[in-house]
Design a protein around this ligand. Structure first.
Ligand SMILES: Cc1cc2nc3c(=O)[nH]c(=O)nc-3n(C[C@H](O)[C@H](O)[C@H](O)COP(=O)(O)OP(=O)(O)OC[C@H]3O[C@@H](n4cnc5c(N)ncnc54)[C@H](O)[C@@H]3O)c2cc1C
Length: 318
Protein backbone atom coordinates (compact mmCIF):
# COMPACT_ATOMS: atom_id res chain seq x y z
CA UNK A 1 0.00 0.00 0.00
CA UNK A 2 1.17 3.55 -0.75
CA UNK A 3 1.15 6.15 2.06
CA UNK A 4 -0.21 9.34 0.47
CA UNK A 5 -0.49 12.75 2.25
CA UNK A 6 -4.09 14.09 2.27
CA UNK A 7 -3.27 17.77 1.37
CA UNK A 8 -2.24 17.07 -2.25
CA UNK A 9 -4.24 18.29 -5.31
CA UNK A 10 -5.47 15.57 -7.71
CA UNK A 11 -2.80 16.20 -10.45
CA UNK A 12 -0.04 16.35 -7.82
CA UNK A 13 -1.44 13.20 -6.37
CA UNK A 14 -1.26 11.45 -9.75
CA UNK A 15 2.41 12.43 -10.30
CA UNK A 16 3.32 11.46 -6.76
CA UNK A 17 1.44 8.19 -7.09
CA UNK A 18 3.34 7.30 -10.28
CA UNK A 19 6.67 8.31 -8.72
CA UNK A 20 5.98 6.43 -5.50
CA UNK A 21 4.86 3.47 -7.55
CA UNK A 22 8.27 3.35 -9.30
CA UNK A 23 10.12 3.88 -5.98
CA UNK A 24 8.35 0.95 -4.41
CA UNK A 25 9.22 -1.51 -7.17
CA UNK A 26 11.98 -4.03 -6.56
CA UNK A 27 15.05 -3.89 -8.84
CA UNK A 28 13.73 -6.85 -10.78
CA UNK A 29 10.30 -5.27 -11.23
CA UNK A 30 11.95 -2.00 -12.31
CA UNK A 31 14.06 -3.83 -14.87
CA UNK A 32 10.94 -5.57 -16.19
CA UNK A 33 9.14 -2.22 -16.42
CA UNK A 34 12.04 -0.60 -18.37
CA UNK A 35 12.27 -3.59 -20.76
CA UNK A 36 8.49 -3.43 -21.39
CA UNK A 37 8.70 0.31 -22.16
CA UNK A 38 11.65 -0.31 -24.53
CA UNK A 39 9.85 -3.15 -26.33
CA UNK A 40 6.77 -0.95 -26.85
CA UNK A 41 9.01 1.89 -28.16
CA UNK A 42 10.88 -0.39 -30.61
CA UNK A 43 7.65 -2.00 -31.85
CA UNK A 44 6.05 1.40 -32.43
CA UNK A 45 9.06 2.91 -34.24
CA UNK A 46 9.58 -0.15 -36.49
CA UNK A 47 8.66 0.31 -40.17
CA UNK A 48 5.46 -1.58 -41.02
CA UNK A 49 6.14 -4.93 -42.70
CA UNK A 50 5.36 -5.15 -46.41
CA UNK A 51 3.48 -7.96 -48.15
CA UNK A 52 6.27 -9.04 -50.52
CA UNK A 53 8.72 -11.93 -50.24
CA UNK A 54 11.84 -11.76 -52.45
CA UNK A 55 12.22 -15.56 -52.54
CA UNK A 56 8.67 -16.94 -52.66
CA UNK A 57 5.71 -16.07 -54.85
CA UNK A 58 2.70 -14.68 -53.00
CA UNK A 59 -0.72 -14.42 -54.58
CA UNK A 60 -2.65 -11.16 -54.95
CA UNK A 61 -6.25 -10.87 -56.10
CA UNK A 62 -7.06 -8.83 -59.20
CA UNK A 63 -9.85 -6.49 -58.13
CA UNK A 64 -10.01 -4.15 -61.11
CA UNK A 65 -8.92 -4.24 -64.74
CA UNK A 66 -9.19 -0.99 -66.72
CA UNK A 67 -8.40 -0.66 -70.41
CA UNK A 68 -6.15 2.40 -70.96
CA UNK A 69 -5.28 2.19 -74.66
CA UNK A 70 -5.86 -0.25 -77.55
CA UNK A 71 -3.16 -2.58 -76.12
CA UNK A 72 -2.54 -1.52 -72.51
CA UNK A 73 -4.53 -2.03 -69.32
CA UNK A 74 -4.22 -1.09 -65.70
CA UNK A 75 -4.52 -3.90 -63.14
CA UNK A 76 -5.35 -3.20 -59.50
CA UNK A 77 -4.48 -5.96 -57.02
CA UNK A 78 -5.70 -6.04 -53.42
CA UNK A 79 -3.30 -6.46 -50.51
CA UNK A 80 -4.43 -8.69 -47.61
CA UNK A 81 -5.91 -5.78 -45.61
CA UNK A 82 -7.08 -2.26 -46.59
CA UNK A 83 -4.26 -0.89 -44.40
CA UNK A 84 -1.54 -3.22 -45.75
CA UNK A 85 1.65 -1.80 -47.25
CA UNK A 86 3.06 -3.42 -50.38
CA UNK A 87 6.72 -2.93 -49.33
CA UNK A 88 8.33 -1.93 -52.62
CA UNK A 89 11.10 0.68 -52.42
CA UNK A 90 11.00 3.48 -55.03
CA UNK A 91 12.81 2.40 -58.21
CA UNK A 92 12.36 -1.35 -57.64
CA UNK A 93 10.17 -3.83 -59.47
CA UNK A 94 8.39 -7.15 -58.92
CA UNK A 95 8.39 -10.45 -60.78
CA UNK A 96 5.04 -11.90 -61.92
CA UNK A 97 4.25 -15.48 -62.89
CA UNK A 98 1.68 -16.58 -65.42
CA UNK A 99 0.92 -19.05 -68.18
CA UNK A 100 1.42 -18.56 -71.90
CA UNK A 101 -0.91 -19.68 -74.69
CA UNK A 102 0.44 -23.24 -74.47
CA UNK A 103 -0.04 -23.39 -70.71
CA UNK A 104 3.73 -23.10 -70.04
CA UNK A 105 4.91 -21.13 -67.03
CA UNK A 106 6.24 -17.65 -67.78
CA UNK A 107 7.87 -15.15 -65.44
CA UNK A 108 8.41 -11.43 -66.26
CA UNK A 109 9.36 -8.24 -64.36
CA UNK A 110 6.88 -5.34 -63.92
CA UNK A 111 7.11 -1.98 -62.15
CA UNK A 112 4.03 -0.96 -60.17
CA UNK A 113 2.89 2.62 -60.68
CA UNK A 114 1.81 2.79 -57.03
CA UNK A 115 3.92 3.51 -53.96
CA UNK A 116 3.89 2.36 -50.35
CA UNK A 117 1.80 5.47 -49.58
CA UNK A 118 -1.05 3.68 -51.41
CA UNK A 119 -2.44 1.42 -48.71
CA UNK A 120 -4.30 -1.81 -49.42
CA UNK A 121 -3.51 -2.22 -53.12
CA UNK A 122 -0.92 -1.98 -55.88
CA UNK A 123 -1.33 -1.31 -59.59
CA UNK A 124 0.41 -2.39 -62.77
CA UNK A 125 0.13 -0.82 -66.19
CA UNK A 126 0.81 -3.54 -68.73
CA UNK A 127 1.27 -3.23 -72.46
CA UNK A 128 0.20 -6.42 -74.20
CA UNK A 129 1.96 -7.64 -77.34
CA UNK A 130 0.08 -9.87 -79.85
CA UNK A 131 2.52 -12.80 -79.50
CA UNK A 132 3.85 -11.97 -76.04
CA UNK A 133 3.81 -14.93 -73.64
CA UNK A 134 3.06 -13.03 -70.42
CA UNK A 135 0.92 -10.60 -72.45
CA UNK A 136 -1.39 -13.56 -73.10
CA UNK A 137 -1.71 -14.18 -69.35
CA UNK A 138 -2.59 -10.55 -68.59
CA UNK A 139 -5.00 -10.34 -71.55
CA UNK A 140 -6.89 -13.38 -70.27
CA UNK A 141 -6.84 -12.45 -66.58
CA UNK A 142 -10.27 -11.77 -65.02
CA UNK A 143 -11.20 -9.81 -61.93
CA UNK A 144 -11.25 -12.17 -58.93
CA UNK A 145 -8.27 -14.23 -60.15
CA UNK A 146 -4.91 -14.31 -58.37
CA UNK A 147 -1.46 -13.31 -59.66
CA UNK A 148 1.69 -14.87 -58.10
CA UNK A 149 4.23 -12.11 -57.38
CA UNK A 150 7.64 -11.94 -55.72
CA UNK A 151 10.00 -9.07 -54.94
CA UNK A 152 11.31 -6.47 -54.41
CA UNK A 153 13.87 -6.83 -57.19
CA UNK A 154 16.21 -4.47 -58.99
CA UNK A 155 19.65 -2.91 -59.07
CA UNK A 156 18.38 0.67 -58.81
CA UNK A 157 18.54 1.85 -55.21
CA UNK A 158 17.16 5.35 -54.73
CA UNK A 159 18.17 7.60 -51.85
CA UNK A 160 16.71 11.10 -51.37
CA UNK A 161 19.33 13.66 -52.41
CA UNK A 162 21.59 11.19 -54.21
CA UNK A 163 21.80 13.64 -57.10
CA UNK A 164 20.65 17.05 -58.36
CA UNK A 165 18.65 15.84 -61.37
CA UNK A 166 17.53 12.88 -63.44
CA UNK A 167 17.17 12.80 -67.19
CA UNK A 168 14.71 10.04 -68.14
CA UNK A 169 14.33 8.43 -71.55
CA UNK A 170 11.38 6.05 -71.81
CA UNK A 171 9.77 4.13 -74.65
CA UNK A 172 6.26 2.65 -74.50
CA UNK A 173 5.70 0.66 -71.29
CA UNK A 174 9.20 1.76 -70.18
CA UNK A 175 7.39 4.71 -68.65
CA UNK A 176 6.42 2.71 -65.53
CA UNK A 177 9.74 2.92 -63.59
CA UNK A 178 10.04 6.63 -64.51
CA UNK A 179 6.49 7.30 -63.37
CA UNK A 180 6.98 5.47 -60.08
CA UNK A 181 10.26 7.31 -59.36
CA UNK A 182 8.74 10.68 -60.33
CA UNK A 183 5.81 10.11 -57.98
CA UNK A 184 8.15 9.02 -55.19
CA UNK A 185 10.24 12.17 -55.58
CA UNK A 186 7.35 14.64 -55.92
CA UNK A 187 5.45 13.06 -53.05
CA UNK A 188 8.37 13.57 -50.66
CA UNK A 189 8.57 17.20 -49.46
CA UNK A 190 12.21 16.65 -48.44
CA UNK A 191 13.19 15.64 -51.96
CA UNK A 192 14.27 18.49 -54.27
CA UNK A 193 15.45 16.41 -57.24
CA UNK A 194 14.60 17.74 -60.72
CA UNK A 195 13.42 15.47 -63.54
CA UNK A 196 13.42 15.86 -67.33
CA UNK A 197 11.55 13.10 -69.15
CA UNK A 198 11.68 12.24 -72.86
CA UNK A 199 8.85 9.81 -73.61
CA UNK A 200 8.78 8.09 -77.00
CA UNK A 201 5.90 6.22 -78.62
CA UNK A 202 4.63 5.31 -82.08
CA UNK A 203 1.29 7.14 -82.18
CA UNK A 204 -0.49 9.51 -79.82
CA UNK A 205 -2.80 6.64 -78.82
CA UNK A 206 0.14 4.62 -77.48
CA UNK A 207 1.11 7.20 -74.85
CA UNK A 208 0.53 5.79 -71.38
CA UNK A 209 -0.26 7.74 -68.19
CA UNK A 210 -0.32 11.07 -70.04
CA UNK A 211 -3.61 12.36 -68.80
CA UNK A 212 -6.78 10.95 -67.39
CA UNK A 213 -9.73 10.69 -69.72
CA UNK A 214 -13.06 11.48 -68.03
CA UNK A 215 -14.05 7.81 -68.11
CA UNK A 216 -11.05 6.68 -66.09
CA UNK A 217 -11.29 6.43 -62.37
CA UNK A 218 -9.81 9.48 -60.71
CA UNK A 219 -7.57 8.54 -57.82
CA UNK A 220 -6.09 11.15 -55.58
CA UNK A 221 -3.47 11.23 -52.91
CA UNK A 222 -2.71 14.06 -50.55
CA UNK A 223 0.62 15.72 -50.89
CA UNK A 224 2.58 17.90 -48.52
CA UNK A 225 4.81 20.16 -50.59
CA UNK A 226 7.25 22.98 -50.09
CA UNK A 227 6.22 26.60 -50.82
CA UNK A 228 7.63 26.64 -54.33
CA UNK A 229 5.39 23.78 -55.35
CA UNK A 230 2.20 24.62 -53.53
CA UNK A 231 -0.63 22.45 -54.78
CA UNK A 232 -4.07 23.94 -55.14
CA UNK A 233 -5.71 20.56 -55.77
CA UNK A 234 -4.80 16.98 -55.00
CA UNK A 235 -2.45 15.42 -57.51
CA UNK A 236 -3.99 12.93 -59.90
CA UNK A 237 -1.91 9.83 -59.78
CA UNK A 238 -2.21 8.98 -63.43
CA UNK A 239 -1.17 12.21 -65.08
CA UNK A 240 2.33 12.88 -66.36
CA UNK A 241 0.98 16.20 -67.61
CA UNK A 242 -0.31 17.00 -64.17
CA UNK A 243 3.14 16.52 -62.65
CA UNK A 244 4.47 19.01 -65.22
CA UNK A 245 1.75 21.57 -64.51
CA UNK A 246 1.97 21.28 -60.73
CA UNK A 247 5.76 21.16 -60.55
CA UNK A 248 6.90 23.27 -63.54
CA UNK A 249 10.35 23.88 -62.07
CA UNK A 250 10.93 20.28 -61.06
CA UNK A 251 9.40 18.07 -63.77
CA UNK A 252 9.35 18.53 -67.55
CA UNK A 253 8.09 16.06 -70.15
CA UNK A 254 8.85 16.03 -73.88
CA UNK A 255 6.77 13.58 -75.95
CA UNK A 256 8.26 12.07 -79.11
CA UNK A 257 6.20 10.19 -81.73
CA UNK A 258 7.45 8.22 -84.72
CA UNK A 259 4.00 8.54 -86.36
CA UNK A 260 2.69 11.92 -85.17
CA UNK A 261 -0.78 13.32 -85.92
CA UNK A 262 -1.16 16.22 -88.34
CA UNK A 263 -0.78 18.84 -85.64
CA UNK A 264 1.85 17.91 -83.13
CA UNK A 265 4.22 20.16 -81.19
CA UNK A 266 6.40 17.43 -79.64
CA UNK A 267 9.34 15.57 -81.11
CA UNK A 268 9.05 13.58 -84.34
CA UNK A 269 10.89 10.36 -85.25
CA UNK A 270 13.21 8.50 -82.90
CA UNK A 271 14.85 10.06 -79.82
CA UNK A 272 17.94 11.81 -81.21
CA UNK A 273 21.20 13.09 -79.73
CA UNK A 274 19.91 16.64 -80.21
CA UNK A 275 16.71 15.89 -78.27
CA UNK A 276 18.78 14.51 -75.38
CA UNK A 277 21.03 17.61 -75.46
CA UNK A 278 18.02 19.93 -75.39
CA UNK A 279 15.81 18.08 -72.90
CA UNK A 280 18.14 16.30 -70.45
CA UNK A 281 20.58 17.69 -67.90
CA UNK A 282 24.12 18.09 -69.31
CA UNK A 283 26.77 15.57 -68.21
CA UNK A 284 27.79 16.21 -64.60
CA UNK A 285 28.75 14.12 -61.57
CA UNK A 286 25.47 14.92 -59.76
CA UNK A 287 23.05 13.88 -62.53
CA UNK A 288 21.97 10.54 -63.97
CA UNK A 289 20.21 9.61 -67.20
CA UNK A 290 17.81 6.69 -66.73
CA UNK A 291 16.51 4.70 -69.69
CA UNK A 292 13.84 2.06 -70.14
CA UNK A 293 12.45 0.94 -73.46
CA UNK A 294 12.54 -1.82 -76.05
CA UNK A 295 16.02 -3.36 -76.54
CA UNK A 296 16.73 -1.50 -79.83
CA UNK A 297 15.89 1.85 -78.29
CA UNK A 298 18.00 1.18 -75.17
CA UNK A 299 20.98 0.33 -77.36
CA UNK A 300 20.56 3.47 -79.49
CA UNK A 301 20.24 5.63 -76.35
CA UNK A 302 23.42 4.13 -74.84
CA UNK A 303 25.31 5.08 -78.04
CA UNK A 304 23.88 8.65 -78.01
CA UNK A 305 24.68 9.15 -74.34
CA UNK A 306 28.25 7.98 -74.72
CA UNK A 307 28.76 10.29 -77.72
CA UNK A 308 27.39 13.21 -75.67
CA UNK A 309 29.91 12.61 -72.87
CA UNK A 310 27.81 10.82 -70.25
CA UNK A 311 30.12 8.32 -68.54
CA UNK A 312 28.86 4.95 -67.23
CA UNK A 313 28.16 6.33 -63.71
CA UNK A 314 25.85 8.95 -65.26
CA UNK A 315 23.71 6.29 -66.99
CA UNK A 316 21.33 3.63 -65.73
CA UNK A 317 19.21 1.14 -67.68
CA UNK A 318 16.22 -0.39 -65.88
C1 LIG B 1 12.58 -3.96 -64.84
C2 LIG B 1 11.46 -4.10 -65.85
C3 LIG B 1 10.23 -3.58 -65.55
C4 LIG B 1 9.17 -3.71 -66.47
N1 LIG B 1 7.96 -3.15 -66.17
C5 LIG B 1 6.95 -3.25 -67.06
C6 LIG B 1 5.68 -2.65 -66.79
O1 LIG B 1 5.47 -2.05 -65.73
N2 LIG B 1 4.70 -2.78 -67.73
C7 LIG B 1 4.91 -3.46 -68.91
O2 LIG B 1 3.99 -3.53 -69.73
N3 LIG B 1 6.10 -4.04 -69.18
C8 LIG B 1 7.10 -3.97 -68.29
N4 LIG B 1 8.29 -4.59 -68.56
C9 LIG B 1 8.38 -5.48 -69.75
C10 LIG B 1 7.86 -6.89 -69.34
O3 LIG B 1 8.72 -7.49 -68.40
C11 LIG B 1 7.76 -7.87 -70.53
O4 LIG B 1 8.96 -7.89 -71.21
C12 LIG B 1 6.62 -7.50 -71.47
O5 LIG B 1 5.38 -7.50 -70.77
C13 LIG B 1 6.54 -8.49 -72.63
O6 LIG B 1 6.48 -9.77 -72.11
P1 LIG B 1 5.81 -10.96 -72.96
O7 LIG B 1 6.12 -12.23 -72.24
O8 LIG B 1 4.39 -10.65 -73.21
O9 LIG B 1 6.58 -10.88 -74.35
P2 LIG B 1 7.64 -11.94 -74.90
O10 LIG B 1 6.98 -13.25 -75.10
O11 LIG B 1 8.86 -11.91 -74.02
O12 LIG B 1 8.02 -11.27 -76.27
C14 LIG B 1 7.24 -11.43 -77.48
C15 LIG B 1 7.47 -10.28 -78.45
O13 LIG B 1 6.91 -9.10 -77.91
C16 LIG B 1 7.70 -7.97 -78.23
N5 LIG B 1 8.21 -7.34 -77.01
C17 LIG B 1 8.41 -7.91 -75.82
N6 LIG B 1 8.81 -7.03 -74.91
C18 LIG B 1 8.87 -5.85 -75.54
C19 LIG B 1 9.19 -4.54 -75.12
N7 LIG B 1 9.50 -4.25 -73.85
N8 LIG B 1 9.14 -3.56 -76.06
C20 LIG B 1 8.80 -3.84 -77.33
N9 LIG B 1 8.47 -5.04 -77.77
C21 LIG B 1 8.50 -6.05 -76.89
C22 LIG B 1 8.81 -8.44 -79.08
O14 LIG B 1 8.48 -8.25 -80.41
C23 LIG B 1 8.90 -9.90 -78.75
O15 LIG B 1 9.46 -10.61 -79.78
C24 LIG B 1 9.38 -4.42 -67.68
C25 LIG B 1 10.64 -4.96 -67.98
C26 LIG B 1 11.67 -4.80 -67.08
C27 LIG B 1 13.02 -5.38 -67.43
Amino acid sequence: MLNLPMDLRFDELMIKTKFDFLMQLSHLQLLGFVVAVLVIYVLRSRKPKGCLDPENFKEFKLVKKTQLTHNASKFRFALPKPTSIFGLPVGQHIVCRGQDREGKEVVRPYTPITLDSDLGFFELVVKMYPNGRMSHHFREMKEGEYLPVKGPKGRFKYKVGQGRAFGMIAGGSGITPMFQLTRGILENPKDKTNMNLIYANVTVNDILLKSVSPSFERMTFSLKTNQEDTLSAPLLVEELDNFAVKFPNRFKVYYVLSQPPETWNGGIGHVSKEMIQTHCPAPASDIQILRCGPPGMNKAMATHLEALGYDSKMQFEF
